[in-house]
Design a protein around this ligand. Structure first.
Ligand code: FEO
Length: 178
């Protein structure tokens, strides 16, 4: 049995995490359109991570006997002016998600929901990495400035991010890679 306030906040967080996946998938499309396939690859791995985040909340609610009620996803951005802008958006979005996780923890503590704390503690830590990853790319792009070579090198580096084993977001999983 789960407290109604905690349930509502976690149920909404499933939407926030799926929306994150949707936002980053939109960026995958943008980066491919700009021939920045490394950045597109990095974001594909991120789509995997966000889907897992949603499922962690989904399964937590299921395991506590609650009935998940999926909410509508909002229309998301599909166009950016330059390669920096999606990364700035991603960093801002991760800060938004961090605030949501902190608010959720506050609700859980107020409602004495000790069962939720280990899951929420995992997310509090995860958000450090989530913010840092996207902020770091913003700062690296600032360093690169107008250098095409620098952008190319950074794109190559971001393309080395590794998919978690068995990820269905890895094109190799659906035979698009030769
Ligand atoms: Fe699920 Fe990027 O926060």
């Amino acid at each position: 049995m789960i407290n109604k306030k905690v349930f509502d906040a976690m149920n909404e967080q499933i939407k926030n995490e799926l929306e994150s996946a949707y936002i980053y998938l939109s960026m995958v499309g943008y980066f491919h359109s700009q021939n920045l396939d490394g950045m597109a690859h990095w974001m594909r791995v991120q789509v995997h991570e966000e889907t897992i985040h949603a499922m962690k909340f989904f399964d937590h609610l299921i395991s506590r006997g609650a009935s998940v009620t999926l909410l509508n996803l909002k229309q998301i951005k599909t166009k950016w002016k330059n390669p920096m802008e999606p990364w700035q958006d991603a960093y801002a979005h991760e800060q938004f998600i961090t605030a949501k996780i902190h608010a959720l923890l506050k609700i859980a503590r107020k409602e004495n929901d000790y069962t939720a704390e280990p899951l929420l503690a995992w997310f509090v830590n995860e958000q450090i990495e989530e913010e840092n990853n996207t902020d770091k790319v913003c700062r690296q792009l600032e360093m690169v400035g107008d250098s095409k070579e620098g952008l190319f090198m950074l794109d190559r580096e971001l393309g080395t991010r590794v998919y978690p084993a068995g990820s269905c977001f890895d094109p190799a999983a659906y035979n698009l890679v030769q």
